[in-house]
Design a binder for this molecule. Structure first.
Ligand code: ZN
Length: 238
């Protein structure tokens, strides 16, 4: 049953893809296809540039501990490993925003907010406020930048934006799906409208001819059978 339907569908595709006479309408359809592709590209680029909305921020919790050998070990807070004595905890919260519609074409990273709580020292809001030789600072910076260097980007850093190529492809596809049927429908509406106008005009000309009137302006041509042109509008008599 399904096979039969598939074969019928394939035959239909074959029928529609068979070479047709190249009417002006077929050419317009092809032009619409290309125009829609170009417009989809433009729309994707425009939404990439114009639409930017905040998304769920990224978070990471770390714990620094004093290891047996005297070094500092940093682990994610929820990991089961807990070597040595607690030194400090660090909470990272990174506000994120994304560009594009409907899929994200780029994700923008801002510097992560840092909250460092020491066991034996005052609360610190930025790793940079600690001395550079602070072992906790060194260990934490190491693991954060190793995990993802965008955690600690400075404002104005070039790599704060991550492009999403898949989002670009998806959005171009979505715009094509929106634009193409619209364009084809509009072309058909224009086609129907033109045929209707021509048909009505044709009927009127036939009716006027039968009534021995000028087909163009409707001027009565009684007694003017041998005249070459309509005396009213100058149209050649049929
Ligand atoms: Zn006339």
């Amino acid at each position: 049953m399904i096979w039969r339907r598939v074969i019928r569908g394939l035959r239909r595709i074959e029928y529609y893809s068979a070479s047709r006479p190249r009417t002006i309408w077929a050419k317009l359809d092809d032009a619409a296809l290309i125009a829609c592709l170009v417009l989809a590209l433009v729309a994707t680029w425009l939404t990439h540039r114009l639409i930017e909305q905040p998304v769920e921020p990224r978070r990471m919790s770390l714990v620094a501990s004093q290891a047996g050998g005297g070094g500092v070990v940093v682990n994610e807070a929820d990991s089961d490993v807990s070597p040595g004595a607690f030194l400090a905890s660090i909470e990272l919260r990174q506000p994120l925003s994304q560009s594009g519609w409907p899929a994200a074409t780029a994700v923008h990273h801002t510097p992560a907010e840092q909250h460092i709580r020491y066991a034996d020292r005052p609360f610190v809001d930025d790793l940079d406020d600690l001395p550079t030789d602070d072992p906790v600072r060194q260990a934490m910076t190491g693991i954060i930048t190793k995990d993802d260097p965008r955690w600690l980007i400075a404002p104005g850093d070039g790599d704060a934006t991550t492009m999403r190529p898949v989002g670009w492809v998806l959005n171009i596809g979505v715009w094509c799906i929106i634009l193409l049927p619209t364009a084809l429908l509009m072309l058909r509406a224009v086609r129907v409208g033109m045929f209707t106008v021509l048909y009505i005009d044709d009927r009127r000309r036939i009716k006027r001819s039968k009534e021995n009137r000028c087909p163009t302006c409707g001027y009565p041509l009684h007694g003017l059978e041998f005249s070459e042109r309509c005396p009213e509008c100058g149209e050649l008599a049929e």
